[in-house]
Design a protein around this ligand. Structure first.
Ligand code: DQA
Length: 138
């Protein structure tokens, strides 16, 4: 099984950025334990702060991978183009958020990805990624 985590803008700053919301760990640190947790799964990782690069990656993997975990960061709430990319592909996409976006500002309650996602996991910190992979296995 081959899946990919695609993280969007500012998620390269995890561990440094607003740790009271996003936690103390960098994503690279977390990825080590995540891969150890699922040794039989190939877990690729891509992060970009650039909308078009995220769309290109979704196109590249979206017809061959078994699953995509997509945390598009703030683009979740603004990008019709990323929503369209998710609608265009065959691979199931799980929308992931570290924080509970629904307990935060109202602009975070909107998602252009959610209508095309298999499901959404939000509010469990970095553990959201583990829950998302488990849900693909189920
Ligand atoms: C986020 C939530 C978004 O609203 C925010 O813009 C992010 C991170 C999360 O993982 O909680 O950058 O996607």
């Amino acid at each position: 099984m081959k899946i990919i985590i695609i993280n969007g803008p500012n998620l390269n700053l995890l561990g440094v950025r607003e740790p009271e919301i996003y936690g103390q760990s960098s994503f690279e640190e977390y990825l080590i334990t995540l891969r150890q947790h699922f040794p039989a799964i190939e877990i690729a990782y891509f992060q970009s702060n650039i909308e078009g690069e995220i769309i290109n990656k979704i196109h590249e993997v979206g017809f061959s991978y078994d699953g995509i975990l997509l945390n598009a960061g703030a683009y979740t709430h603004t990008s019709i183009a990323i929503g369209d990319a998710v609608a265009a592909i065959k691979t199931p996409v799980i929308e992931v958020h570290i924080s509970n976006v629904f307990s935060r500002e109202s602009f975070r309650h909107v998602s252009f990805i959610a209508p095309y996602a298999k499901g959404i996991i939000a509010g469990f910190g970095l553990n959201a990624y583990q829950i998302a992979i488990q849900s693909l296995l189920n």
